[in-house]
Ligand binder design. Structure first.
Ligand SMILES: [Zn+2]
Length: 701
């Protein structure tokens, strides 16, 4: 059987036929999406037909009268859903980076259908029975290691979704899932309203002293948008609010902080405490039904860390270093308060304001002085591409003939060291109103030897666009973002695996940010930095004292940042290691005890998110996974240290890293893969060094 046989079957799906550009695989190089032909109305019918086609393929696999084998079960499963995949990949790209009302509507219509489609595959009992039979016999078969990994991966996905349960248990799981999803949605809705209500409003401009004229004008506009007079400062998701770094009236800072800290604990309709307490309890009960001691144990089984204990051990090792560094930063802040005759102890709402003054007095790094050395194109071609060329021998040439979804998007063909085409790389760097915030990487086409596909990867960011004819000058933070996203891109482009499910960036949460954060290190590597950091007018290299300032400011306030991150990650893990027998918790009491127990109850450094507004873990997919941010930082720093120990930026080092890590996707146990490359398991030593956590512990002793 092949995908092609079924491509015609669902042609009856409304509006889908040969005139739809997704009907056949793209004939363009690398099967690039034919954006010159795709219209907004083409996506939804193609995705719906793609779901129908995949269900027909799944039915054929599940109903096959022949005894289950790897070849008649796993292989066709990997080959199924190709139409859905090519339409969804293009759709995800345009809805993320170039959305409009037609696409918005299609996205809303498709979300529940796609969720149901996933369930229809993973709760198909006949299909699971076949996968399970192949899984049980996997060691006696003459399967190669990657195929064994695929069987295990597929089996775990089914088991994680509850395929192993009896019919009665499946019904119970469905009820728990529905309640969990209702609670999660309720949390998100409440928090949205709570955030809005907790905005700081004032009619007195004097209270906003310290903000720039533009910020005050924006606050007046925000008030107008709400139909109110005066000024409004909206609340951001995090505990700390960026405006606190500038606001000089202490009472204003305190009021804004209180709004933030108590936003969803006001005892009104938007109070989230009862919702999260029940959600935590319900997740523990669901984990028990699925055969795990806790929600975290269930979530971490397929991650690199594997167990909650491994994640907790990692965090516990970092806590004393992070808090010691934060305490030493706190002394500088207290000194700044004293030098201005403050006469009070630093509170959380003072930290940002005085940290900014300490930063200015120590480093005085002005963005306007730095940016002329970072012209976007130069950073891309002589920095990001250059580092990759030196490490991996790859080269880049722009392809103006490949169609794009928006005129700002550029496409490069990436050629391997032997000159053979390796991948397509799209970049969409400039900010637009119809683009999601932040920066990300994904693919139009993933690599797979089984499917005969090579990668077509894209990076998206929100860098400021310059006026026509003017150079795009960016900050060092933006430079770092470009290196970061390109690290993800390399992970996708170097993929060299048989099966699409295990290819490229299809890795767990606590691994996927490793190649990207690792690639950030090259931005400041002298040979790379000197190659791109040149004045856009004169071509002069950046003066040494400016380079030094950039290096030093990178770790400024790192103790605070890491401590607030660890506090949030510990809260996440404490909530999600609750046993199923635990009573309904009082969130405030639970939070206090959890922070005290993990020695993260630093009064002036509160968690980055409090339990009651921690949307990553209650509303998003990051439950029992918030530790992954710091975990992957550890991997990135530990890996970069290996390069430093072995001669730095060399082809030999790059090729070895590519061969053993970047090309392997999820084809091996990730802890074993890493240890084989590194020569040992990762540890926090390099992270302490690069993040400046070593000196402070020495000072604190
Ligand atoms: Zn990333």
């Amino acid at each position: 059987m092949s995908a092609g046989t079924h491509a015609a079957a669902p042609a009856a799906a409304a509006g889908f036929g040969p005139s739809n550009p997704f009907y056949e695989p793209s004939a363009l190089p690398f099967h690039a999406p034919p954006f010159d032909k795709i219209k907004d109305a083409d996506y939804q019918p193609a995705i719906e037909a793609g779901m129908a086609a995949q269900l027909a393929e799944i039915r054929d696999i599940a109903e096959n009268p022949a005894a289950p084998t790897f070849e008649n079960t796993l292989i066709p499963l990997e080959k199924s859903g190709l139409l859905l995949e090519r339409a969804s990949a293009a759709f995800d790209a345009v809805t993320g980076a170039d959305i409009n009302p037609v696409l918005e509507q299609a996205k809303t219509d498709l979300a529940p259908k796609l969720a149901a489609h996933r369930d229809a595959i993973f709760l198909n009992a006949k299909l699971f029975a076949r996968v399970s039979a192949v899984y049980q016999a996997r060691s006696s078969k003459s399967l190669d290691p990657e195929s064994v990994r695929l069987v295990e991966f597929a089996y775990d996905q089914f088991v994680h979704s509850g395929a192993n349960l009896s019919d009665a248990q499946k019904a119970q799981l469905k009820t728990l899932n529905e309640e969990a999803s209702t609670l999660s949605n309720a949390f998100t809705t409440k928090l949205l309203a709570a955030n809005k209500n907790a905005a700081y409003a004032t009619g007195t401009p004097a209270e906003l002293a310290g903000l720039s004229e533009a910020q005050i004008a924006a606050a007046a506009q925000a008030a107008q948008a709400r139909g109110a007079a005066g000024y409004v400062l909206s609340l951001q998701n995090t505990t700390q609010q960026p405006a606190l770094a500038a606001l000089s009236v202490r009472a204003t800072r305190e009021a804004i902080f209180a709004n933030s800290w108590n936003r969803s604990e006001r005892g009104d309709a938007n109070d989230t405490r009862a919702t999260i307490a029940r959600l935590a309890q319900l997740r523990a009960q669901r984990a028990q039904l699925l055969g795990y001691p806790s929600h975290a144990a269930w979530k971490l089984e397929d991650q690199m860390a594997k167990t909650p204990q491994a994640a907790l051990d990692f965090m516990n090792a970092l806590v004393p270093l992070a808090t010691a560094k934060a305490a030493s930063e706190g002394k500088d802040i207290q000194a700044a308060i004293a030098s201005q005759g403050g006469g009070f102890a630093a509170e959380p709402w003072d930290w940002g304001f005085y940290a900014e003054q300490v930063r200015k007095s120590k480093f005085d790094l002005d963005d306007a002085t730095v940016k002329p050395y970072f012209e976007l194109n130069n950073v891309l071609e002589n920095g990001v591409f250059y580092a990759a060329a030196r490490l991996y021998g790859i080269s880049f040439k722009e392809r103006k003939d490949v169609p794009v979804y928006q005129p700002d998007v550029r496409v490069f063909e990436v050629d391997d060291a032997d000159g053979k085409p390796l991948a397509l790389f799209y970049c969409d760097y400039f900010k637009r109103d119809n683009k999601n915030g932040g920066a990300w990487m994904s693919s139009f086409v993933g690599q797979s030897k089984l499917l005969g596909t090579r990668p077509a990867i894209y990076n998206v960011a929100n860098l400021p666009k310059s006026a026509p004819g003017e150079p795009a000058l960016i900050s060092f933070e933006d430079v770092t973002t470009m290196f970061h996203e390109f690290g993800h891109a390399l992970h996708g482009m170097f993929a060299d695996t048989e099966y699409p499910s295990l290819s490229g960036v299809a890795t767990p949460r606590d691994f996927v940010e490793f190649p990207s954060q690792f690639n950030e290190h090259w931005a400041l590597y002298p040979e790379v930095f000197n190659h791109y950091a040149k004045h856009y007018k004169t071509g002069a290299p950046m003066p040494d004292d400016l380079v030094e300032k950039i290096k030093k400011t990178r770790n400024f306030d790192e103790g605070y940042r890491l401590t607030e991150l660890l506090a949030a990650a510990e809260l996440d893990m404490q909530w999600h290691t609750l046993p199923p027998s635990a009573p309904l918790e009082d969130p405030d009491k639970f939070e206090q005890l959890a922070l005290a127990r993990t020695r993260l109850d630093m009064h002036e450094v509160p968690p980055r998110y409090r339990s009651s507004y921690f949307s990553h873990i209650w509303g998003g997919g990051y439950s029992a996974a918030y530790y992954a941010y710091s975990w992957t930082q550890m991997l990135a720093d530990d890996a970069y240290q290996w390069f430093e120990e072995h001669g730095g930026l060399t082809r030999a080092n790059g090729d070895r890293f590519r061969q053993m890590i970047l090309s392997r996707g999820n084809t091996q146990d990730l802890a074993a893969m890493y240890a084989a490359w590194r020569g040992r398991a990762p540890n926090i030593d390099a992270m302490m060094k690069y993040r400046g956590l070593v000196d402070s512990t020495v000072r604190a002793q």
